[in-house]
Ligand binder design. Sequence first.
Ligand SMILES: NC(=O)c1ccc[n+]([C@@H]2O[C@H](COP(=O)([O-])OP(=O)(O)OC[C@H]3O[C@@H](n4cnc5c(N)ncnc54)[C@H](OP(=O)(O)O)[C@@H]3O)[C@@H](O)[C@H]2O)c1
Length: 254
Amino acid sequence: MNLLVIGATGTLGRQIVRRALDEGHEVTCLVRTPRAATFLREWGASLVKGDLREPPTLKLALEGNTVVIDAATVRATDSLSIHEVDWEGKVALIQAAKAAGIQRYVFISILGSEKYPQVPLMDIKHCTELFLQESGLNYTILRPCGFFQGLIGQYAIPILEKQSVWVMDEASPTAYMDTQDIAKFAVNALSHSETERKTYDLAGPQTWSPEQLVELCEKFADQDAKVTRMSMRLLKGGQKWLDSSNGVGILQIA
Ligand SMILES: NC(=O)c1ccc[n+]([C@@H]2O[C@H](COP(=O)([O-])OP(=O)(O)OC[C@H]3O[C@@H](n4cnc5c(N)ncnc54)[C@H](OP(=O)(O)O)[C@@H]3O)[C@@H](O)[C@H]2O)c1
């Protein structure tokens, strides 16, 4: 199949590209910065320069493809908002895919997105799921739990480098999966017609509290972590204050 992968330079997106190439698919990646994506070309994928914020680039990238796998999301380091990338950008992509006659659209959402309308990314993911379901496209929605790979930067590296690890008080235990396993689901769905117009929750068998993750990393690093605790109540109070000040302000965590 001819696949267009959006978010191909990301933690999950690159695993999807790797898996799709290994399965013999022709893979095109829509990338914002081709220079930073040469590894994808070296693996055997084609690169098309584009941006979810620029609809004409989406039309061009879709040409010659029958499948879209969307694993993109706003980068925390970008100046763009969640609304601009994960809502406006995705609406433009879904509309362009429909117009291009795409036969299968795989969307990576987040586990439990419908349960947290107060969290902007979760709310937008849920709205995008609904928009895609009503688009008339032949979709598969995957709703993964947390990524194990994300824990490397959050816990493992700070502990190895003797930096502080930030831990939220009262955080609920979370399930995690390896992105290679999620990529397998995304690519295998393409050859299973029973996954068409279906939504799947993807989660590992176990949940982990931040304390358990710190303990695990301490064991592997063979050193104690410096843990800095953040209060959920303080963060919520800060969010209310930001909301009441129209988002203009600086949130300080004591
Ligand atoms: N991380 C988690 O624990 C987790 C858990 C559940 C679900 N998810 C979902 O899984 C998916 C993949 O997450 P991830 O952590 O792998 O993402 P990531 O590593 O942050 O990568 C984001 C990708 O989106 C691309 N992107 C950002 N803005 C773009 C734009 N305007 N136009 C085109 N591409 C753009 C980035 O490209 P550049 O390289 O150019 O920045 C990058 O390839 C997302 O939908 C996310 O919501 C993540």
